[in-house]
Design a protein around this ligand. Structure first.
Ligand code: XMP
Length: 511
């Protein structure tokens, strides 16, 4: 029971897919080039056509294989998808010159399955230049707005529906209810996709895939690898070994927390590699950010590889490797028109000659779904809700040479920042909030004496996807509390600054 969301190049396709899932129906994003045969092979329960930045009059404008209409599946067209549907089924779309952008009043016209329960006038989110002017045969017009004579139309007998507005955005009143009526009522799909069903399905899939082979997982401390591992624990816990490489550049208590969770709570074989010395040695004297990243990434792989070989990988040891790949990575690498993503040295870029087969139990999930599954699996709050942390860790937050002493100062400073942000109830709201240590020293006074110590920079940003970010307007009294505590509690710090740079032009991390 799944719904295909055909992506016409709008940023809205992911949002639609998520809203469908919030209605407890599994959804999958597919490119507009999908053929009727490919759709039939996936046997979906319904199809949603997303919006898109193009006009149906552009050339080329993305289209839909007309044979898909012959599959007689329930269909919902949204914005561009609605116009395409109108045109392909014999209606008309025109450049009326009366585009609508933003909140728009939509007026109901007559009975409608989709708009059942809606008020006569409803505020919806619009974003269109062209408009449907004539509905195809078989359709009735069920709503209109000042700039869209056909704001909604339906052919209930054939279970085809189209709306010019965006039901998936929060500004559309009753938008989610409309989607749910399409899914649960018009398409008659039962709302059975839940955290419990995701877990059950993934556990069965992992068991089928892995059989009685051994499995290895590199835990980074972050939420994705932890949830992926927890699913594998549920499926084949006895066959799993988790590896945590402490680079010396982790957050305070991170390694202990992950070890306690996976050993005491889940009873898994756990290898805690204390590699700090080797990392600090390799980083001695290195100041170039890219060089630091490279050293950390390569050394991580070597450390992991050595554990894997000790465990017999490539021989009678682990054959499978768990990876926390998420759905947005899968869509982004799979569909032609998605924005370019950065390639990062990630914990997980692993040696090819060991030839692991990958187990990726989160491939179909969005981040918020991963968190809910993690909670359901019993992972602690501190892991499930942890903010993103770069693979090279504190190494890219120390500007200049990374030394053991600086890493220690930064780790303690970071813990203070995070603690105060949590107390203020802002931790989940912020995309990231952390401390940065520029390795310069400045003069200060304490008591009667002169100090000469490091500054700490407070960095806190809001963001949806890290591609862009805004500096967070932290309350001044919070900034003051953080600053006081940093100077009082963290030896080696005598000054605090606040980073008020957004991205662009800044990046979130300092290196
Ligand atoms: P920037 O600093 O480029 O960061 O704005 C965007 C997001 O990516 C994270 N980041 C990394 N993640 N390895 C990672 O796994 C890295 O080398 C790396 N560098 C940055 C950063 O924390 C932010 O969330």
């Amino acid at each position: 029971m799944s719904v295909l969301v055909v992506d016409f190049g709008a940023q809205y396709a992911q949002l639609i897919a998520r809203r469908v899932r919030e209605a407890h129906v599994f959804s999958e994003i597919v490119p507009a080039t999908i053929t009727a045969a490919e759709v039939a092979a996936k046997a979906p329960s319904a199809i949603i056509l997303s919006g898109g930045p193009k006009s149906v009059y552009d050339s080329p404008a993305p289209s839909l294989d007309p044979a898909i209409y012959e599959l007689a599946l329930p269909m919902l067209g949204i914005c561009y998808g609605a116009q395409l549907m109108a045109r392909q089924l014999g209606g008309e779309v025109a450049r009326t010159g009366a585009g609508e952008y933003g909140r728009t009043l939509v007026t109901r016209r007559g009975p409608s399955r989709l708009l059942d329960g809606w008020l006569d006038e409803t505020t919806c989110w619009m974003s269109h230049g062209d408009a449907i002017t004539v509905a195809p045969e078989g359709f009735t017009i069920t709503a209109s707005s000042p700039g869209a004579p056909v704001a909604a139309m339906e052919d209930d007998a054939r279970r085809r529906y189209a709306v010019q507005f965006h039901p998936e955005v929060a500004h559309s009143e009753g938008g989610q209810a409309l989607l749910e009526r399409f899914l649960h009522d018009a398409a008659a799909i039962a709302p059975t996709w839940t955290n419990a069903s995701i877990i059950e399905e993934q556990v069965a899939a992992i068991r089928a895939r892995v059989g009685d082979a051994k499995v290895l997982c590199a835990l980074s401390g972050g939420v994705d690898s932890a949830v992926a591992a927890a699913l594998v624990v549920r499926a084949v816990g006895e066959q799993l070994t988790c590896v945590f490489v402490d680079t010396g550049l982790m957050r305070l208590g991170e390694g202990e927390q992950i070890e306690t969770t996976f050993t005491e709570q889940f009873g898994v074989d756990f290898v805690h590699v204390k590699a700090q010395d080797r990392f600090f040695e390799a980083l001695a004297g290195v100041v170039d950010p890219e060089a630091k990243r490279k050293i950390i990434g390569e050394l991580f792989i070597r450390e992991f590889e050595s554990v894997a070989r000790d465990l017999g990988a490539g021989g009678d040891g682990p054959r499978f490797l768990v990876q926390g790949t998420l759905y947005p990575d899968v869509i982004e690498s799979g569909s032609g028109h998605a924005a370019t993503i950065k390639s990062h040295h990630n914990v997980g870029g692993l040696p090819e000659d060991l030839a692991f087969e990958l187990v990726e139990p989160l491939r179909t999930l969005f981040k918020d779904e991963v968190r809910r599954v993690g909670e359901e699996l019993g992972l602690p709050e501190a892991i499930v809700w942890r903010q993103p942390f770069p693979g090279p860790g504190l190494g890219v937050r120390i500007v200049g040479e990374v030394t053991r002493e600086r890493a220690e100062i930064l780790r303690r400073a970071d813990a203070v920042v995070v603690d105060e942000i949590r107390r203020a109830g802002l931790y989940r709201e912020l995309w990231q909030s952390f401390a940065v240590l520029p390795a310069v020293r400045t003069v200060g006074v304490a008591g009667d004496g002169r100090t000469y110590a490091y500054p700490i920079v407070i960095r806190a940003v809001t963001s949806d996807d890290a591609m862009t970010a805004d500096w967070a307007r932290l309350p001044y009294d919070l900034v003051e509390r953080i600053a006081n505590r940093l100077i009082r509690e963290v030896d080696g710090v005598n000054r605090v600054a606040l980073d008020v740079t957004s991205k662009p032009p800044g990046t979130i991390e300092w290196e």
